[in-house]
Ligand binder design. Structure first.
Ligand SMILES: [Zn+2]
Length: 433
């Protein structure tokens, strides 16, 4: 039998801060677009023939967008592929991801960019928006061809994984990206201040006898980039904010009205460096988990809007790689399949509202990447995340769609999860349990 031309998602409660909707409505989808939103009880006006999908008890929000993901393809397919990474994304409720360029080879040329876009089109389960490198081979030396890469589909530029050490290279990059309407996503890390540290500087590192990384290793470069933003007027986005000092710098910059935006990741508002003793390398990432003082500053910054977005920094590594001695284990944890419930804990704790969470996980990241989101309204692309706010379960990495298992949240009891993910009008994920 042919697919019916209309899909009716019936019975969900819609929370859409763009269109100011907070009400029970049925969503009618035609092809890849939203045909209309109607109030419950309007069955007699439904277009025919239609297929009805029961969404009773679920909450529907504009599709979640993760603006910081490492898909590892090309070059590190043993950690993740575009196919498995986007499957993990839709399983976690994301309808789009922005993928970082530190692949192998790096995404710094039109050839690699086209290869990623073509694989994403053929094998991707959600939308994939590539960010290209700022410098060739992420070497911090020669700037890439911003103009060609933007034309070919780069939504942003970043050397993520590495800082752009040379301030003049950053200054030139900001000017060129800005002229193209693209943001620079800045991984802020002042290497001499890291000085071989492997976790946050503080009592936890001392107890474990490990070399610590001070907060200034991040905040000094955040301040530098804010200065460059002030001088050039170019938009700069600060990646994975982890420290109180960075938050204070961002607060000041935003008060001034500078075009600075920022993201943090769930681990920075959920965990502190105390987790390292128990979770080992699965609690090792860059920047590192910080102190309780920093964690509280991040939560406050999310509540007050100083931090615009929640991104995962999904960084898959194999179990073998992560089982190396802590000092040598690679940085990063996966996050696509835990970010939504962890962010919902902020809602359950009264830190932010559900509408705020949708702003930080969908609307703001889309806007920062220049994607002009229109939310759930007639004519909009049907990218919709359906959430079961009340589902209670324990995190079990063996059930992840991601190729990797490196998470410090295994065994954690969480409330709320993606129930169904619709991308371009197609159901790409439906929770079976
Ligand atoms: Zn980074």
């Amino acid at each position: 039998m042919d697919a019916k031309p209309y899909l009716i998602f019936r019975g969900a409660h819609i929370v859409d801060p763009i269109n100011r909707i907070d009400a029970a409505m049925d969503v009618i989808v035609e092809g890849d677009c939203i045909h209309s939103l109607v109030y419950p009880g309007s069955e007699n006006t439904w277009p025919q023939p239609c297929e009805v999908i029961d969404c009773t008890g679920l909450t529907a929000v504009p599709g979640l967008v993760d603006m910081h993901v490492h898909l590892r393809e090309p070059g590190q397919e043993h950690k993740e592929t575009i196919e498995t990474g986007t499957l993990a994304a839709v399983s976690g409720g994301f309808t789009a991801v922005c993928c970082m360029p530190n692949t192998s080879p790096a995404n710094d040329s039109p050839e690699i960019l086209r290869q990623i876009l073509s694989t994403a089109k053929n094998q991707g389960r959600c939308k994939v928006y590539p960010a290209c490198a700022v410098t060739r081979g992420l070497s911090g030396q020669t700037l890439v061809d911003f103009e060609t890469l933007a034309q070919e589909g780069a939504v942003a530029f970043t050397d993520d994984g590495m800082p752009v050490k040379n301030p003049d290279a950053m200054r030139q990059a900001l000017k060129r990206a800005s002229a193209l309407g693209r943001p620079i996503l800045s991984h802020c890390e002042e290497m001499p201040l890291v000085g071989g540290g492997v976790m946050n500087l503080g009592p936890a590192a001392e107890k474990l006898g490990r070399k610590g990384i001070p907060n200034t290793a991040e905040s000094v470069m955040v301040e530098r980039d804010i200065e460059l933003c002030r001088e050039t007027g170019a938009a700069v986005h600060i990646c994975h904010v982890s420290t109180r000092e960075s938050v204070l710098a961002l607060e000041k910059a935003k008060d001034e009205g500078l075009p600075v935006t920022a993201e943090t990741a769930p681990h920075y508002f959920m965990l502190t460096d105390d987790a390292v003793a128990e979770k080992g390398a699965n609690a090792k990432m860059n920047p590192p988990l910080r102190s309780e003082n920093d964690r509280q500053a991040i939560r406050r910054a999310l509540a007050e809007g100083t931090i615009d977005a929640i991104a995962t920094d999904h960084a898959p590594h194999s179990a073998k790689e992560k089982s190396a001695p802590f000092e040598n284990a690679p940085n990063g944890i996966i996050g696509l399949e835990t970010a939504l419930p962890l962010s919902l804990s902020l809602v359950h704790d009264g830190v932010i509202s559900l509408a705020d969470m949708v702003m930080k996980m969908s609307v703001n990241p889309s806007r920062i990447l220049g994607l002009a989101p229109s939310g759930l309204c007639k004519g909009a692309t049907a990218d919709i995340t359906f959430i079961d706010l009340n589902k209670v379960y324990e995190v079990n990495p063996d059930r992840f769609a991601s190729k990797s298992r490196n998470t410090p949240f295994d065994g954690m009891k969480l409330t709320g999860a993606a129930a169904m993910t619709v991308v371009d009008g197609k159901i790409q994920y439906k929770c079976s349990a």
